[in-house]
Ligand binder design. Structure first.
Ligand code: PLP
Length: 385
């Protein structure tokens, strides 16, 4: 089917919530994808940080194949081993408490918000301006962006957004605050790292008032920044974190991971989801986690990220480069990021995305080779020349 025909079908039958780029992707392997006419592209976006180990990583494919032939779903009315093993591993590799599984980043944040309210009944949630936590009502209520919130008012009561500064957060948190929800690096907002002093202030304020500090690591987690979790590089340990995107190696899964203090807050009947933590996706996630936890891979992500940022910063036409590990954002001199991304697909067969009028975001596979990284920067350079 031609792209044009597919676009017509999409327009006729799919509710138009997405502004899709004009490319049909039919196959992927590692850092490369192919379109319907067999053209090859270098993928620096990984389905928005989902296929973070590259497309069709053999260990993940094998785990899915094996599990698909054995048991795909049983429901949470029963015990299944992969999800429970995944919870053990996630907890051991992070905050040491317990895990609630769900199916997406927004759902992971919903679970975190319910946990915080369950812990402090009626409590307020503080989030920061420019953050993104998802599109469901609770997550949207914490996503302080007028354009996303306004059409769906009234939102969930008891949410307050403040500037991402130490003073603003310390002033906003009080004894009635259930949680501070914050991304260590704002992703959708344009790859803006939150300064450690701001996260430290949030930690202090939460400790002072008995509030839960929750890090949204949906985008920053699973090795994206060069440690398994971004909080490891901040010196601040949250009371809980949320993860999704790369967790399933390409399949949909999300999780709320608590530290010990909040591990028993949610009780039987408080929350649930039919698909959550099912054996198929849990096997994929176990395989993804196993590959991602390799210290050599994480060290490479840190080194390669630094090198790519330095090389991009040296290109003419780039105003600013931000990020950590292989979470990279850069601002184009004079804006036009959406047009730049379109041109990159057509001219350079390079996949990236724009998070705003000026900002281009790269979320390449953590397995990107040196040659692929050099090739990517060369292609970006050609476009800017
Ligand atoms: N939180 C963050 C930091 C995200 O970047 C996203 C998605 O981009 C979400 C939450 C929502 O995740 P999902 O689209 O899986 O619901």
């Amino acid at each position: 089917m031609s792209l044009l025909h597919l676009q017509e079908l999409d327009a006729a039958h799919v509710i138009g919530t997405y502004a899709r780029l004009p490319l049909e992707i039919v196959r992927g392997e590692g850092a490369r994808v192919w379109d319907d006419e067999g053209r090859e592209y270098l993928d620096l976006l990984c389905g928005i940080s989902v296929t973070s180990l590259g497309h069709c990583h053999p260990a993940i494919v094998e785990a899915i194949r094996e599990q698909a032939g054995m048991l795909m779903h049983a429901s949470n009315l029963f015990y299944t081993e992969p999800g429970i093993r995944l919870a053990e591993r996630l907890s051991a590799g992070s905050l040491g408490g317990k895990v609630f599984f769900c199916n997406s980043g927004a759902e992971a944040n919903e679970a975190a918000l319910k946990l915080a309210r369950r812990e402090k009944c009626g409590g307020e949630v503080v989030s920061v301006v420019g953050g993104f936590h998802g599109r469901t009502f609770g997550a949207l209520s914490a996503t302080a962006q007028e354009s996303k919130q306004a059409p769906f008012a009234p939102l969930v009561p008891g949410f307050r957004a403040v500037a991402p500064t130490a003073d603003a957060i310390e002033n906003a948190v009080h004894d009635g605050t259930a949680a501070v929800l914050i991304e260590p690096i704002q992703g959708e907002g344009g790859v803006h790292p939150i300064a450690n002093e701001v996260l430290e202030a949030a930690r202090r304020a939460c400790d002072r008032h008995g509030s839960a500090l929750i890090f949204d690591e949906v985008q920053t987690g699973m090795g994206r920044t060069g440690t398994l979790w971004a909080y490891e590089q901040t010196g601040v340990v949250p009371d809980a974190l949320t993860t999704a995107k790369a967790l399933g190696g390409g399949l949909p899964i999300g999780a709320l991971v608590t530290g010990p203090r909040l591990a028993e807050t949610l009780q039987a009947g408080d929350h649930g989801s039919t698909f959550a933590g099912g054996p198929l996706v849990a096997r994929a996630a176990l395989a993804a986690l196993e590959v991602t936890e390799d210290p050599a891979l994480l060290a490479r992500v840190r080194a390669l990220g630094e090198r790519m940022r330095a090389e991009i910063a040296a290109l003419d036409g780039v105003d600013a480069v931000r990020g950590r590990g292989l979470m990279i954002g850069f601002d184009l001199h004079g804006g036009e990021a959406p047009a730049f991304v379109l041109r990159a697909i057509a001219q350079e067969r390079l996949i990236m995305n724009a998070t705003g009028p000026q900002t281009v975001r790269l979320l390449p596979p953590l397995t990107l080779t040196d040659d692929e990284a050099a090739d990517a920067v060369a292609r970006i350079g050609r476009m800017l020349a």
